[in-house]
Design a binder for this molecule. Structure first.
Ligand code: IMP
Length: 450
């Protein structure tokens, strides 16, 4: 039987590119949307007919009827955060029950992960990463250190009890010795997480099995990336990264779907660039122009509310992203934010100590010495807000997009011209690819048919 289509959606920059909206727009072509990395440090904002949803853990596919959502084994799961989000969705009338599946192999974030992270972030002499304070890094450390608690273990009350007791003893000692933190109480932690486990149990399953069976039956699966390429633990601006594999490769290890099952990779990039937290950002700008981008793009974190650093689109970075992820198509978001500019600078290369480079340095210190080489594109000075076809975009905006695709190794398939589902340009070749997928795909389970 023909295997179903698989598409991975990744962030090409430092996150917050607007992946949530893109997953939402494309999800009607897929019967399953699966998250494969990160945790509730992600903040995916989706606006449907003016109603705003901020999802942190549950894949954005949950907002489409007939689309199932999977939280894969590569995610680190805070059970309390999950239950809060499930409640928010149920209250909004979204069908979560029977539609959401959580991997029994995903690792669990517990309060001592947050305690260790807060201590480490504020400790003198440590590099401050500017994390989201969700315990993400320490949870992945425990996973790699082979002392983590998986969702399957959370559901086993005696294993939960012994793990919480042992971990609290150890982490309390470490956190007190290193950071002078107040100790956490193992008994109340066990009671709270045992209750949460009961509520989570109906969602838990072997999601690798579910996904592979669905593909074998011809269903199509979209893998929803969280964070982004430059925050990837291996390929990002280390150590100013998150602790997971956000790049396309993570979709394989983070869900149990084999590498040869991945067909298409879509990279999402803003028409400019932003970053939250510390770390290198060669094309960053400051002052009035940064304030203008921040205000027009509403560049404040969906999870932490922190204001985002702003700058220009960076082509060496996009070329690197294209290479690492094998991006087939770009989706360019927030084009309308640039509408008022007289000219739009584009970083076309790097200069380090007077020498030109096309690629990204590995060392953060190398990044500090990067000077961007800019090419200035003329601004279009016309509103693109809500435009839905490429031809309707001002000529200069079309040239800007064509320049990006020529210089970055992949075609632009879609452009976002506003936050709503409908404020989207789909280029015909890209749209035709998805139509073909939909026409060939097996009927979606639970989808209404006429
Ligand atoms: P952590 O993921 O909380 O450990 O944070 C590590 C770095 O990744 C920090 O610079 C965060 O600001 C950044 N980060 C984590 N999640 C996101 C996201 O969803 N969007 C943008 N940046 C993020």
């Amino acid at each position: 039987m023909k295997r179903g289509n698989t598409t991975v959606i990744i962030g090409a920059q430092w996150g917050d590119e607007g992946k949530g909206k893109i997953v939402d727009v494309l999800s009607h072509n897929f019967s399953i949307v699966a998250r494969y990395a990160g945790g509730h440090n992600a903040g995916h904002t989706v606006i449907i007919q003016g109603k705003k949803f901020v999802l942190q853990l549950v894949p954005c596919g949950v907002l489409r009827s007939g689309c199932r959502s999977v939280i894969g084994n590569g995610v680190v799961l805070d059970p309390l955060a999950l239950l809060k989000e499930v409640k928010m969705l149920r209250d909004a009338g979204v069908h979560v029950d029977g539609n959401l599946f959580v991997s029994n192999r995903a690792h669990v974030i517990l309060p001592y992960h947050r305690m260790i992270e807060m201590g480490a972030e504020n400790a003198p002499g440590r590099v401050k990463i500017g994390t989201t304070s969700r315990g993400i890094g320490p949870a992945y450390e425990d996973k790699m250190g082979r002392r983590g608690l998986r969702v399957a273990d959370l559901l086993d009350s005696s294993l939960l009890k012994s793990t919480v007791e042992n971990a609290c003893r150890e982490k309390n000692m470490i956190a007190h010795a290193l950071f002078n933190s107040e100790p956490l109480d193992a008994d109340s932690m066990y009671a709270e997480y045992a209750r949460a486990a009961e509520e989570i149990a109906p969602f838990v399953t072997d999601t690798a099995l579910l996904l592979n069976q669905a593909l074998a039956e011809g269903e199509s699966v979209m893998f929803e990336g969280a964070q982004a390429t430059m925050l990837d633990i291996d390929h990002g601006t280390y150590p100013f990264v998150t602790s997971s594999s956000c790049t396309a490769g993570g979709a394989v290890t983070g869900t149990g779907v084999p590498p040869n099952a991945i067909q298409t990779v879509i990279g999402v990039t803003k028409a400019y660039c932003t970053r939250v937290g510390g770390g290198p950002f060669p094309s960053e700008v400051e002052g009035t122009i940064a304030d203008q981008l921040r205000a027009r793009g509403n560049e404040y974190g969906a999870v932490t509310g922190r204001s985002r650093r702003c700058g220009w689109i960076d082509l060496p970075l996009l070329r690197y992203s294209q290479m690492i992820n094998g991006v087939n198509w770009w989706v360019v978001t927030k084009l309308d934010v640039l509408d008022v500019l007289d000219e739009v600078p584009v970083c076309v290369g790097y200069r380090i100590n007077g020498k030109k480079y096309d690629s990204i340095p590995a060392l953060a210190i190398g990044f500090d010495r990067v000077e961007c080489v800019y090419e200035k594109m003329p601004g279009w000075k016309t509103s693109t807000e809500g435009v839905t076809s490429f031809e309707q975009l001002p000529k200069k905006a079309q040239e800007y997009l064509r320049f990006i695709e020529r210089e970055s190794g992949a075609k632009v398939g879609m452009v976002s011209t506003g936050p709503d589902r409908d404020q989207t340009v789909l280029l015909p070749e890209f749209a035709a690819g998805f139509r073909a997928v939909t026409e060939n795909a097996a009927p979606q389970k639970g989808a209404r048919t006429k």
